[in-house]
Design a binder for this molecule. Sequence first.
Ligand code: IPM
Ligand code: MG
Length: 362
Amino acid sequence: MKKNIAVIRGDGIGPEIVGEALKVLDKTAELFGHSFSYTDVDMGGCAIDKWGDPLPEEMLKKCVESDSVLLGAVGGDKWNNVPGNMRPEKGLLRLRAGMGVYSNNRPAKIWSQLASASPLKKSIVDKGIDFIIVRELIGGVYFGEHKTDEKDGEKVAVDTMSYSESEIERIGRIGFETARKRNKKLCSVEKSNVLDCSRLWKKVMHELAEEYPDVELTDMLVDNCAMQIVKNPAQFDVIVTENMFGDILSDEASMITGSIGMIPSSSLGSTSCGLYEPIHGSAPDIAGMDIANPIGTILSAAMMLRYSFDMPAEADCIENAVSAVLDEGYRTADIMPAEAADYKKVGCSEMGALILSHLERK
Ligand code: IPM
Ligand code: MG
């Protein structure tokens, strides 16, 4: 199969981790007889430096016209003082909105090899951590009005959150469908004791539940959910929630699995053209040092094969290679245990090379 992938290396550690993922994609294509071509896209701080815009229109066009997009990470201290609508992150938000990818799927699954890297007690980890956060990605406060005015001699900032029934319904359906393919438990997370948006969210979820009688729907307030994720993560199968709650809860969920550096994500809308990115940021403090963990990006590439290109065997091949390398005790710094005797610490490029050498077509 021929596929064209738009590649956004971005800022900070982005170029290093994406470089490793592309090598893995190339070798997988070779093993399975596919041909992947890549279109480079500038987005984030590097695009501000080059074009004066975090996502120029023609760059967005390249993404929309591709078969899918692979992204490293954007942002960094260097662009902290540019106006809000010109920040590197704004490029990412415009990309998500421009591609219409309203559904962001963030798995929180502990790799058995990394159980000791979890900050949670062994008794909690042993009960199992395997759930998915389905995050609404192109609505809510992220896309509301943002402004800072002068009032009564001081600055007043306003950010508005809004959700329509149809926006809630389409992400709700993804939540129910995802749960249907797993253990049929969906937890809808909101703040309906305070927010109108959340009350509407809850109403729509319960209306939808009638169409999915095989899925058990529960409601949870977001503050309680933050607590339950560390107290008893085994209770969750699929969580569906709005944009900002999903942003926050998915960082928390990633951490209990050992390292945010391991977690991939997929974002999809109404077509098969998706956006695939690790959930971590650009980590400018370690950029260029060859110590970043490329696994989140490599697993994002695997998700692209599975969900956008319908290549499950190819995705399995990549995930199995990652698992084999972890089995052999190789670890990047972020997942290196304190008791290091049985482990071998490797850098970003070495981890990529190891995964590459373990790719095999079964
Ligand atoms: C994420 C990130 C982004 C978000 C930032 C970089 C805008 O934190 O993908 O989780 O908040 O969505
Ligand atoms: Mg985030």
